[in-house]
Design a binder for this molecule. Structure first.
Ligand code: SMO
Length: 697
């Protein structure tokens, strides 16, 4: 079979077709006037000077957009919160960077200049962080299950801060909206993981029928959860195009992404793991505290819900008491980011296990093997009420240790420590539930023999066209080159949930498979071409899993951490496109390494963002990436006909936990050191200083 065509080169060379490429020259440009206070009352917005500038078409403030119906949060949860998305701030501003006014002008420079001329009077009010007693509790969860049976020998405790992060998509948010007068339709180009939902949200806000909104999500320069739900700016651009019956475009600057994009993570995890003298896990207590921002994107409550339900991961624990609380803060919103709570579950559980190992004098590998759920126990009902469909966790760990040469690595660690080096080994296992619900596919076998496959679960660079295309080609027995895959266009594609939670292959791919099987059957019955079939595939979650092993050194003089080895066994079920799987793993690992070693959004006590640019917020670069040794297991999921599981989030889940354990192991000769992510050199150096100088006095 010919090697499949990939988009990589097009994308890497900047030859893709992105949102901004859709804007015609005569489009009006938008610039936002943003708050420099975290919490304030809007006294007045005076746009007169801005409106005097030639080329300015309009300046909107909150009173211009009252009554617009904005999207709420995922109805999976009871409507305990009335949390409309604010379009323009007023009467209150609730985070630094919130849009207070919108300028519409004939060119970008004029829009920017006019934005500077808008006079905004604000009366500053005190800002809350999520740990503030005034911060309102939005949502909570609790899981209590089981009975601890046995005598507690060791209680490990952990209190972990999970930094607030920003998904650093290469393409910042952007939106082009064009009103077509004859069709009475709005065409809107928007980078989206969920085109059908964005279409519905925009139609509702504009008071249009859904069919009057045509949403196109062309090439997307990375999404990672941050483009799952639309932003206020997107709705405002659509609204402007509709009201002015014209074409309007906006693209966020990188600074606007920092100030008003949807952030991720931002949690504090407290836990206790009680273990008996034989190393059996008796009970897990966890308290999860999540920070939400000033308003809630559609999936804002997902990370806490996921972290709480995914604990205790791949392990058997007799008794679980898990609570979670999400609170508001005067900051930019927090939504889902690659992993969406899964990384926090793995980080807490794996840190606790290593802590217990050190306290109990066990090696962390046999301690894990003692407690991993056995493959023969699948499907396994977890204490939080989830059902693990499949997996072989002990085999993951054994294979990882064998390939890593774990025993030799421990021996080498002893030798290097004896020579004064700080070297640690870290292990982490993880589970990755891969989305549930439905996706659909529409497949047409045309009279000339070519096949078009349309899916509602689109691509943001993952390579879905290859996966879906090959499913169709192999099922129908046509060459891959004769298959055209359509995604990200609500006119051409059936509705879908979107590309979220590592679901596209398992659920979206299964819909494609079933549609193609149906076409093949129709063809076998002798029906003539063209033939079209639309299917909907619905499934419970398939649970991927994996094991990461890390060797890390910490420079004694500078504290600089270095990941010397990263070995990883992932089980994404049956793997259709091994190259794409590998790329997802490596990309996720890059973001996991970023979270573990360097990334952190910082607000001060007044709600000012201190990390507002790439000068202050570090993301991993090529030379921060260690070589990654990848291995795989293929435990098929029984839940879908492809046997596939997800893979998109694995790197962000397993890698930070393994790095945390490696760092704590490296410094463990000093006693227990309360390290926190990100593990920057400064923190490690200070830890080395405090402990080594303490020993001398
Ligand atoms: S954080 Mo993902 O795009 O569900």
């Amino acid at each position: 079979m010919a090697k499949p065509m990939r988009d990589d080169e097009t994308l890497i060379r900047g030859l893709g077709f992105y949102v901004q490429d859709a804007a015609p020259d005569q489009a009006l440009h938008v610039a936002f006037v943003r708050s420099d206070h975290a919490h304030a009352r809007v006294l007045e917005v005076d746009a007169s000077a801005a409106l005097d500038l030639p080329g300015v078409v309009a300046v909107w403030q909150a009173s211009d957009v009252t009554g617009v119906v904005t999207p709420g949060v995922n109805p999976l949860w009871p409507p305990l919160l009335d949390s409309p998305m604010p379009l323009l701030a007023g009467p209150w501003v609730e985070h630094v960077g919130q849009a207070v006014a919108m300028v519409l002008a004939q060119d970008a420079a004029t829009a920017q200049e006019a934005a500077l001329l808008v006079q905004v009077s604000l009366e500053a009010l005190p800002a809350w962080g999520a740990d503030d007693p005034d911060a309102s509790l939005v949502h909570q969860v609790a899981h209590t299950h089981g009975q601890a049976q046995g005598q507690v020998a060791v209680v490990a405790r952990a209190d972990l801060t999970v930094p607030r992060l920003l998904a650093m998509a290469m393409e910042p948010r952007a939106c082009v909206a064009q009103w077509h007068a004859q069709e009475e339709r709005l065409h809107i180009w928007l980078g989206s993981q969920s085109p059908a939902r964005a279409q519905a949200d925009i139609a509702r806000a504009l008071g249009l029928a859904q069919a009057q909104v045509h949403l196109i999500s062309p090439h997307v320069g990375g999404a990672f959860g941050s483009k799952a739900s639309i932003s206020p700016e997107d709705i405002l651009v659509a609204l402007a195009a509709h009201r002015w019956r014209t074409t309007v475009q906006w693209k966020a600057s990188r600074s606007e992404e920092f100030l008003s994009g949807q952030h991720g993570r931002a949690a504090r995890l407290q836990g206790q793991l009680a273990v008996d003298a034989q190393g059996r896990f008796l009970s897990l207590q966890a308290q999860l505290h999540y920070t939400l921002g000033a308003w809630l994107p559609y999936s804002a409550l997902v990370p806490m819900r996921n972290a709480a339900r995914i604990l205790p991961g791949p392990y058997r624990v007799d008794r679980c008491d898990i609570t979670g609380q999400s609170r508001r803060s005067h900051t930019a919103p927090v939504g889902i980011y690659r992993g969406a709570g899964r990384p926090e579950a793995a980080l807490l559980m794996e840190t606790l296990i290593d802590q217990a190992a050190r306290q109990g004098g066990w090696d962390p590998v046999p301690l894990r093997l003692r407690n991993l759920i056995d493959a023969s126990a699948m499907p396994y009902r977890t204490p939080t009420g989830e059902t693990l469909d499949s997996g072989d966790f002990p085999q993951l760990l054994r294979l990882a240790c064998e390939r890593f040469g774990y025993d030799q690595e421990r021996e080498r660690q002893r030798q290097r420590r004896a020579q004064g080096e700080w070297v640690g080994l870290g292990v982490a296992l993880y589970v990755e539930p891969c989305g549930q619900g439905w996706e659909s596919a529409r497949v047409t076998w045309h009279a000339d023999g070519h096949v078009s496959v349309a899916s509602g679960s689109p691509d943001q660079g993952q390579g879905h066209a290859i996966t879906y295309g090959h499913i169709a080609a192999s099922t129908l027995g046509v060459p891959f080159a004769q298959v055209q895959v359509l995604m990200g266009d609500t006119d051409l594609c059936p509705p879908g949930t979107g590309a979220l939670a590592s679901r596209s292959t398992a659920i979206g791919g299964s819909a494609v498979l079933q549609a193609c099987q149906s076409l093949r059957d129709q063809r076998a019955q002798g029906l003539p071409l063209p033939l079209t079939t639309e299917t909907r595939f619905e499934s419970q979650e398939a649970w991927a899993s994996g094991c990461v092993l890390v060797r890390m050194s910490v420079d004694a003089a500078t504290g600089q951490p270095r990941i010397e080895r990263l070995l990883w066994v992932d089980d994404a079920g049956l793997s259709l496109q091994p190259d794409l799987v590998r790329d997802q793993l490596v990309g996720g690992a890059a973001q996991g390494i970023g979270q573990a070693l360097m990334e952190q959004m910082v607000y001060d006590s007044e709600g000012q963002l201190l990390t507002g640019s790439l000068m202050d917020y570090a993301v991993p670069r090529a030379d921060d990436m260690p070589p990654i040794e990848l291995h795989s297991l293929h435990t098929p999921s029984p839940l879908n006909p492809l046997g596939a599981k997800g893979v998109g989030e694995a790197g962000c889940i397993g890698v930070p936990a393994a790095i945390m354990n490696a760092a704590r192991d490296a410094l463990s000769p000093l006693g227990e050191v309360d390290l926190q992510l990100p593990l920057r050199a400064e923190q490690l150096w200070l830890a080395l200083q405090a402990k080594t100088s303490g020993d001398q006095t």
